[in-house]
Design a binder for this molecule. Structure first.
Ligand code: HEC
Length: 159
């Protein structure tokens, strides 16, 4: 392959990713705690979707789905803190304000139906505090306990 073609082949996928994220969707225009939905979506594409998938569906062995579930953590004691402390969130190389923007976007983008009434969006300050204590091996047990708590949340019997 000629060098020019090689360069084109390398840049094309990236430009497609960027083009796909170039417009803010109407339903993302006014998400609480999200000052920049375009930034959030781009950060999700670059930092999160490799594991959680572009549509938040995760996979069925190691990376959990976000779609239809992630906001449920906000209704069980400790869940709010858990979200700020999972390694994929806590250790990502983004500043606190961009990470708060991204986490709030993630919650509303993938699971608006389960956002509890009166939910206060994460602030940069809260995210900055939580991420100082990333969860380590204990996270699987903590996650299992929180998920078990979903079943007990008011008005919802499903696991
Ligand atoms: C290397 C794969 C990977 C990456 C990258 C990743 N995550 Fe995760 N994420 C996981 C896994 C695995 C869990 C389950 C808890 C654990 O074991 O860390 C998780 C859990 C979560 C949770 C808690 C909900 C749940 O079901 O456990 C949230 C919220 C989350 N991730 C958001 C993000 C965001 C936002 C990003 C990008 C900044 C991100 N993750 C990047 C793998 C990843």
């Amino acid at each position: 392959m000629k060098p020019g073609r090689f360069a084109l082949a390398m840049t094309l996928p990236l430009s497609l990713v960027l083009a796909a994220g170039s417009a803010v969707r109407a339903d993302e225009a006014a998400i609480p705690g999200v000052s920049d939905a375009y930034q959030a979506r781009t950060d999700y594409q670059l930092k999160c979707q490799g594991c959680h998938r572009p549509d938040g569906s995760g996979d069925d062995h190691s990376n959990p789905p976000m779609r239809g579930i992630v906001a449920r953590f906000l209704s069980v004691p400790g869940g709010r803190e858990f979200i700020g402390r999972v390694p994929g969130v806590a250790t990502v190389d983004l500043p606190d304000d961009r990470l708060a923007n991204l986490v709030n976007w993630t919650i509303y983008r993938f699971d608006p139906a389960h956002v509890p009434q009166g939910f206060r969006p994460y602030t940069a300050e809260e995210i900055g505090r939580l991420r100082q204590n990333p969860l380590r091996l204990e996270r699987a047990a903590i996650r299992a306990r929180l998920v078990a708590g979903f079943a007990k949340t008011l008005g919802d019997q499903s696991p």
